[in-house]
Ligand binder design. Structure first.
Ligand code: HEC
Length: 116
């Protein structure tokens, strides 16, 4: 029911996802549970989002790659990459996250907009 209501509200534009920016986006990511393993600039179990931004910014497939990682999971990439950014991930993989492709896309665009 709640899902249905959200869909309806989204449909008629009362809640407009494209307008989520900055603090709103942070709040959204928090709600989705990402900060259990990530922080914007600090290392937790997963890589800091700023390191992700640095690694992928400007790469042609960045959005597609990261959306797939979020919606399908990601394994083994950051064991090596983290050394490059001076931290150590202590978790081998990220399980598939429960966000839609559209939500993942918004999150990824936000992550890629982060400055070092
Ligand atoms: C259970 C812990 C955990 C949760 C929850 C989690 N992540 Fe991750 N995340 C990781 C780990 C560990 C990695 C490193 C994976 C690897 O090495 O391939 C990672 C990697 C990533 C990457 C980089 C992927 C790549 O291809 O380089 C992104 C982007 C990301 N997470 C976003 C998110 C978002 C957005 C959420 C919330 C919807 C989230 N994560 C929730 C642990 C988590």
């Amino acid at each position: 029911m709640k899902k249905y209501l959200t869909a309806v509200l989204l449909g008629i534009g009362i809640i407009s996802l494209p307008s989520l920016a900055g603090e709103d986006m942070k709040e959204f990511i928090k709600k989705k549970g990402c900060f259990a393993c990530h922080d914007i600039s600090r290392q937790k179990s997963g890589p800091p989002f700023k390191a992700v931004a640095k690694e992928y910014k400007g790469k042609p497939d960045a959005v597609k790659t990261l959306v797939t990682s979020i919606t399908s999971g990601s394994m083994g990439k950051w064991q090596g990459l983290s050394k490059k950014y001076g931290f150590k991930v202590n978790m081998m993989y990220m399980p598939r996250q429960h966000v839609t492709k559209e939500e993942a896309e918004k999150i990824v665009k936000y992550i890629l907009s982060l400055e070092k």
